[in-house]
Design a protein around this ligand. Structure first.
Ligand code: PGA
Length: 258
């Protein structure tokens, strides 16, 4: 039995005062969602604030990105060791909004996937669990390339670090066309892709595939979370917009419990 995980990606939102209100709102209701793991991903400058608020709460925290390099002259970057220092259990890797920024540099998909794989390796080295985001763009969706896109990254991760490393990893299927659009994938569509991802891993190691948490992300809200999470291969959600509202986020956490 896989325990569900709900991750709240705050993106570049919040300030000290609003973060406190949001965290207090979630913590006040934490007894209403006990059989789900919950993690919060603030902007890195608020990591310490979130750490202090969530310490001993049972909730976890992490950042939205990390560097693929260990340390040194990488202005503006955050290393895996720094995440460890601030008690991060998880880190988001390869979010499409990060990929979008790299794409401006005209890096092709293959290079981008390798950068994700390097970041993945760095997180594993420090014992921080990577949440790897995978998903097709609207163009790739329209031309039927979903499976090709998710398989390409999965194959690179497995080739670079071995299938067993996925035991400490969470995957998040995040179709780019569903992120921030209010247009969530249907539970049936998401289930099909999740099942394809699990099978791809199972070809290498069935036990690892069976224990792997695969989250769905893309316009998850309080009122569509339950049907998504009821699918056999959907093990929770990576939530953007709806994680900025305590009651809405709590509703999603509760939906993962039932
Ligand atoms: P959304 O974002 O829930 O606002 O669609 C999801 C994400 O980017 O992780």
């Amino acid at each position: 039995m896989r325990k569900p995980l709900v991750a709240g990606n705050w993106k570049m939102n919040g300030n000290s005062a609003s973060n406190t209100l949001l965290l207090d709102g979630i913590l006040a209701q934490k007894n209403t969602f006990t059989s789900v793991d919950v993690a919060i991903f603030p902007s890195a400058v608020y990591l310490h604030q979130v750490q202090i608020a969530l310490e001993r709460s049972g909730l976890s925290w992490g950042t939205q990105n990390l560097s693929q390099f260990r340390q040194g002259a990488y202005t503006g970057e955050i290393s895996a060791a720094m995440l460890k220092d601030f008690g991060c259990k998880y880190v988001l890797i390869g979010h499409s909004e990060r990929r979008g920024l790299y794409a401006e540099l005209n890096l092709d998909h293959f290079v981008l996937d390798h950068i994700v794989a390097d970041k993945y390796e760095m997180a594993l080295t420090e014992g921080v669990s990577p949440i790897i985001c995978i998903g097709e763009t609207p163009e790739e969706h329209a031309t039927g390339q979903t499976e090709e896109v998710v398989a390409r990254l999965l194959d690179i991760l497995i080739k670079q670090n071995g299938v067993k490393a996925l035991a400490q990893t969470v995957l998040a299927y995040e179709p780019v066309w569903a992120i921030g659009t209010g247009k969530s994938a249907t539970p049936e569509w998401a289930q099909e892709v999740h099942s394809f991802m699990r099978e791809r891993v199972a070809k290498h190691d069935r036990a690892t595939a069976e224990s792997l948490q695969i989250l769905y992300g893309g316009s998850v809200k309080g009122d569509n979370a339950a049907p998504l999470f009821s699918m056999p291969d959907i093990d929770g959600g990576l939530v953007g917009g709806a994680s900025l509202d305590a009651d809405e986020f709590v509703k999603i956490c509760q939906a993962a419990c039932s």
